[in-house]
Structures are given as structure tokens and as C-alpha cells.
Design a binder for this molecule. Sequence first.
Ligand code: SDX
Length: 429
Amino acid sequence: MDKKAELKIDGETYYLPVVEGTEQERGLDISKLRAESGCITLDIGYKNTGSTKSDITFINGEEGILRYRGYSIEELCEKSNFIEVAYLLIYGELPTKEQYDEFENDIRRHTIIHEDLKHYYDAYPQRAHPMGVLASMVSSLSLYYPESLDPNPPEDQIDRHIRRLIAKITTIAAQSYKNSMGHPMMYPDNKLNYAENFLHMMFALPTENYEVNPTLARALDMLLILHADHEQNCSASTVRMVGSSQANIYATISAGISALWGPLHGGANQAVIEMLEKIKEDGGDSKKWIEKAKDKDDPFRLMGFGHRVYKNFDPRAKIIKSECDKVLAELNVNEPILEIAKELEEHALSDDYFAEKKLYPNVDFYSGIMYKAMGIPTEMFTVLFAIGRLPGWIAQWKEMREGKEPINRPRQIYTGYNERSYNPIDKRS
Ligand code: SDX
């Protein structure tokens, strides 16, 4: 017997099916509520609303649990690599050796971008924000692969677009950095793995030899794993929303990139470093800034803290924090803002305001310090987040398509004027 919830409206009783997930999460199915009662539900910001059923990622915000297709983020960081995790998210299972080699080799061979795309960079201002460049360039890929406009392409064509995107996003991103530095583009080196190749394209120069530091490459690979998916976050929901209109995959991913750019979402890693630098310049008094973050009349927020779902430590933040210590020690880097970050965390976690509101460090709090240690410029931090999140966006888009979900079109409660008549302009005061 399927469980049902009872809802009473004006003396009438309506029955809402209770949907239970594999981790015992429960939701009320309201898909027939409007037809039966004339009512919709209202949940501004979708804080309590499920938009879909998904097999991809499980988060338990109260316990700080994150799993991709059932595998814990801790185990994947320790035993897997980003390309294998991308395969897992997109196709649902860990690949066999043969499947992995074919997927990984395909991505290596598709990192190079069409020569004509290089000329787009000549038109971008040197100070163009790389997230704006990335969103534009990814959308422009649809112009070079017009077959992607077919809303019902064969599966092997979808696979080609998926591999192209994962391959080319690193080249496009690195080139936006080279363009901002006035340096020539570095072509991909297919002898290198995904993370190594990105660092090569970012920092190698035709005039001098560049050896990829294996510690940095491994740390970058782990950061990409940590960012790979996060269920129905703002940008993943954007991808499902745009994809539901049957827009092509490149335009859909470009929309996800734009949603991620916001400082409340993926842009927070850049905002955290800017905040830490500001606190350092202000004398490093972390307690003063904690008080500012608590002050309702002060617009300052502790960037990298708080989360819509995690009401405990973001497991990703814990992993990044410990990796941060290791990487900076190995690089013999003394990073003053890391000490400020640790002081802020210590003061915040012992403060009632943060404890009551269950505000803990999120994925963005320490990631920027790692990127900074790698020599990645601050404006590129959210680009690294996008590179990591791409397989998650693709997995969400693929699941939405395969589930034949309807075009997303929410309802509203209208609160504007009732009907009124037009009055001529000379009669208006
Ligand atoms: C990401 O959804 C995802 O999964 C996202 C992400 C992913 O992997 O895709 O995890 C990546 O986006 C991480 C979050 C990065 N953003 C930031 O670090 C920006 C700073 N954090 C906040 O802006 C905020 O915590 C959010 C946006 C992350 C979550 O906001 P919510 O869930 O809408 O909560 P809220 O803004 O209503 O805050 C609840 C209360 C408020 O106080 P009251 O009005 O109840 O008195 O907590 C306060 C807020 O003022 N609060 C903070 C705070 N975050 C929340 N106060 C000070 N500093 C903060 N950082």
C-alpha cells in the first residue's frame, strides 16, 4: 500500500502520494494537487522543493555525507581519478579498464580546439573575466558542431559531444588565461593526463621548458573530483532547466557556467580569497570580521561559510583543508591567508551565531588557497570549479533527457494589480 499524506483545504481532504528514496528521504508528490484542489505550492528559492528524482549524487547535509553513484567522496579522492569519476557520474558505473582507456584516450585526442576558435580571443578585452569567456566559447562550440542542434541525436553523437566538452573546456580555459597575459596559446600535449595537460597549457611557454609538478597535478585532480557534482545545486538545476527546452548541449552547459559564476555559488571561491586578502590588508583581525559577518546591518558575509544543504561540515572542505596543509608544506609555501582562514574558521565555529545557524566552511573556503598555491590567478578559480563540475552537469542533463522530463515551467502566485483600463498619457499625473 503506497503511503499518502492528507491535506485539508476548506473542508476538503486531498491525498498526496509519499515518495521515498533509497536513503529514506521522503517527498510529497504534488503533481496532481492543482488539478484536484486548484492550489499550487509556494517555496521561493526552492528551499524545500524537489525538482526531480535522481540516481547521481546523494548528500546528507545533517551528517556531512557526499556520494557519487553510491561511492563516498573520501574513497573516490583516495583511490580514483577525475576522468574515472567523470565516467562514473555520466554513465552510472565505474568503467572497466577497456572502457576507461577508450574514454580517457578520446578526451586526450579531443583537447585541441578548432583553429578558428583561437581568433575569438583576439576580440575579447585583455581583462575579460575568464568565466565570461568560458560561457561564450562553450556556447560557440555549437556553431562548429551544428549537428548538436538535433534534439534527438543518436547516442554515439551525444557521447562525442560529451567527450568534446570535457576535453575542450580545459583548452578554452587555459587560453583565456594566456590571452589575459598576452602570451601565445599553448597547444595540448597528448602525452600528459588531464590535470597535467591543463597545467601545461596554463603555464608552459614556447621560450622555456616547463615541467608539471606531480604534487600540483595530483592536488588539482583531487580538487576536480571534489567539485564534480552536487545534486540539484543552482547551476545543475539551471542545466536541467535549460536542457528541458531541448536547447543544444553546448548552450545548456554555457547556461550552467553562467549560473556558477555568481558569488553566492561557484564565484564564492574567488570571493573567499578577496575577503582573506582584505582581512590581511586590514591587519588580520579575524574576530573583527566575524562580528561584521554577524551584524545584520553590515552587508559583509563570511564567504565560503554556510550552505543550503550542509548543516554540518561540508565533507569536501575537510578534505581540501587537509590537502592544503600537505600541498603548501610540500611546496614550502608560507601562505599568510591560510593562517587567517584557519583563525576565521576557529573563531566562527566557537561562536553561537554560526553554531545556531549551522554555518560551517563549505567547499569554497579552502579551495582558493590551493589554487593560489598552484599559481592559478584568482579570477580563474571559478573556471576551475566549472571544469570540475562539467561531468556533473552532463550527468544531470543526460538523466533529465533519458527520463523524458517535461520542459521545466514553474507556476507562480500573482500579486500584481487586478484588471484596470488604459489611460491616455495626457491623463496621467
Ligand atoms: C556552493 O548548492 C550547492 O550545493 C552549492 C555548492 C555546489 O557544490 O554546487 O555546494 C557550491 O555554492 C557553496 C556555497 C558558496 N557560497 C558562499 O560561500 C557564499 C556565502 N554563503 C551564503 O551566502 C549562504 O550561506 C548560502 C548562499 C551558501 C546559503 O544560503 P541560504 O541557504 O539561502 O541561507 P540564508 O542565506 O537564508 O542564510 C540563513 C541565515 C541567514 O541569517 P537569518 O536571516 O536567518 O538571520 O544564515 C545567515 C544568513 O544571514 N548566513 C550567513 C552566512 N550564510 C548564511 N551569515 C554570515 N555569513 C555567511 N556566510
